[in-house]
Design a protein around this ligand. Sequence first.
Ligand code: NAD
Length: 324
Amino acid sequence: MPAQQTVKLPSGDEYPLTGLGLWKVPKDSCAELVYTSLKLGYRLLDGAADYGNEEESGQGLSRAIQEGVVERKDVTVVSKLWNTDHTSEHVEDACRRSLQDWGVDYFDVYYIHMPISLKYVDPKVRYPPGWSYDGTPNGQLILEDSPYHKTWEAMEQLVDLGLVRNIAISNMPGGMIMDLMRYARIKPAVLQVELHPYHSQNNLVNLARAFDIHVTAYSSFGPTSWIGISDKVVAKCESLFTHKTISNIAKTHNVTSAQVTLRWATQRGISVIPKSSSEKRLKENLDNESFDLTHEEIAEIDELDRGLRFADPAAADPRLAVYA
Ligand code: NAD
């Protein structure tokens, strides 16, 4: 099994270029998927409290450790603080709940999932809390007056307590990152944002690099995972898998369009975390680092950028227009 490429975070920790995303992985197949992915060579598991499958993810990890497939120290285990837990008094409890669910005693990377603070929901009432205050699809959404610097301070304390090795940010626009860098005692190690050929985010990537923040791309396949969620935006573009530019490049290298899309990011030092439940695609995705695109091919893919964003909570509530 070829060793996966990694980048070194400022803490000195190695962070893989390719990992497995766990959003929308059903509970009943999650443990098996995590176990299989580790057997195939995945060493980065991108989870979140909001995905509702941390316990099952942890079961897959623990089976792989028990069977000697991996050691805990070789796996980058990731979780994310949900929007309803941003106030200082809830950050540690939320992190400890996720740690307990995963069955690990530290996270390698712990993100603030979104720069959106919502009213606290008691986990005894509902877990994961989701978006609306009352838990119904069109239920009430109540913002919390919790400034980001307070949440960040509480995240820094998680590092001090040894619960988290690297703290990180997600969906954060450039202006907020600039501000965060002014007060952060512990700097964010990773920025996770939507990033694919239709939304290449080159300015944001350059800003992150200037601050030594590693970038992880989510939704690398563009519209694919947003069908049925953001259909108005999905309707504006064709699948990246069939797009001529991508499929012609794929033919040249005798690889798949999915691999070209992933390689366009990893070759530039951006991590990817594609989600798949099929073993064939898991292998294919992990194998994206086995070939190189030419500069011209990367430039051709860059030309597809249309600033199309599929993850956009502002479509549901204009107060949430904060995404990067
Ligand atoms: P993705 O771009 O990984 O796409 C997943 C879809 O592509 C699935 O339908 C899957 O069946 C299909 N697919 C996977 N491999 C394929 C292949 N080789 N060929 C053809 N189809 C393939 O989408 P995503 O789930 O949106 O993003 C990946 C991960 O990013 C998530 O699982 C999650 O961990 C993370 N994420 C984070 C945020 C955030 O707010 N921080 C938001 C969305 C996703």
